[in-house]
Write a protein that binds this ligand. Sequence first.
Ligand code: TXA
Ligand code: MG
Length: 333
Amino acid sequence: MATILQPHRENVRLVAELLRAGEVVGLPTETVYGLAADATQAGAVEKIFAAKERPPTNPLIVHVAEPSMANAFAVTDSPRWKPLVERFWPGPLTLVVPARPGKLAQEVSAGLDSVAIRLPAKALAREVIAAAGCPLAAPSANPSGYTSPTTAAHVAASLGSRIQYILDGGPCERGLESTILSLLDADSPRILRPGPITHAMLVELLGPCVTASPTQGKEETAQRAPGQFTAHYQPRTALFLCHKLSQLVGGDYRNAALIVHAPAEALARAHFGRTIILGNGDPAAAEREFYATLRELDNSGYDSIYFHVSREHPLSEGLMDRLCRASSGWVGT
Ligand code: TXA
Ligand code: MG
């Protein structure tokens, strides 16, 4: 079972040494916990793919301690780079730019000639990267496809038998993975994964040339064609989405749990074994608590989980994206 290390200075040094020696370590960031390894060592990066059972075709995000660290392995001369870095780094924005060939283990980019780079807001993560002195490849520290981890205990629960060390940085402040923005086409920066840095925030800085993620605003399509979203982030317990709780009234949901994120009809709630109000109406808290709530319900023995998506109080684009991917589809209309 993995050892959970408290965030003392000696443990930062120990983790840095382990990473330099080619080990993988569970590492906290402000978004989710990552499974980190030295991005320049093929053997170390392979351990990430093995522990997560991640398909080798799915590339990893590389984490740096300061923007200049990226120059060693990436081409950062896009005119978009500097304004984005100055405005959003450190923070939950990942930038995809051309890679410098041969500088990182080729497994990191899964054969692509680009690389995804992020400078985390979490000071502890930056301290580890700086102490290790190498860029760190770090996907979310969950088995491939399963719900992402936002505490050290989550990492221990799902990967604890496969990795040796997890650095405990407390619960993640954001709770949802970074926004991924591709800068490969300078004329049209493209959101590849929606997240905490929203399309509107990017448009405000760069103008209307920013292309939204293809998953954004596709809620209605998903409703008509379940499975339209690539499955990811999924709890083992089936998760269903619904717009109208009243349509479930009359059914027996005593073995099901209900998540609402906005005030919902008390009548319908009464039929469920348990009801959770995600974030208590606060959108940032809803993002922060989302994965932990799914994990908790997943471990509570319910037959199914229902999520009431309020039309009156829309969820953030990042949360809506994760929710659709984590779910088995919509019920009702
Ligand atoms: O917040 C986050 O981004 C977290 C923390 C740990 O930093 N990391 C994370 O990594 O979410 P992961 O592996 O779960 O998601 C990485 C995704 C890949 O699935 C892929 O979609 C995208 O990043 N990606 C990585 N390299 C890419 C590239 N060269 N081109 C396009 N997409 C890339
Ligand atoms: Mg992930």
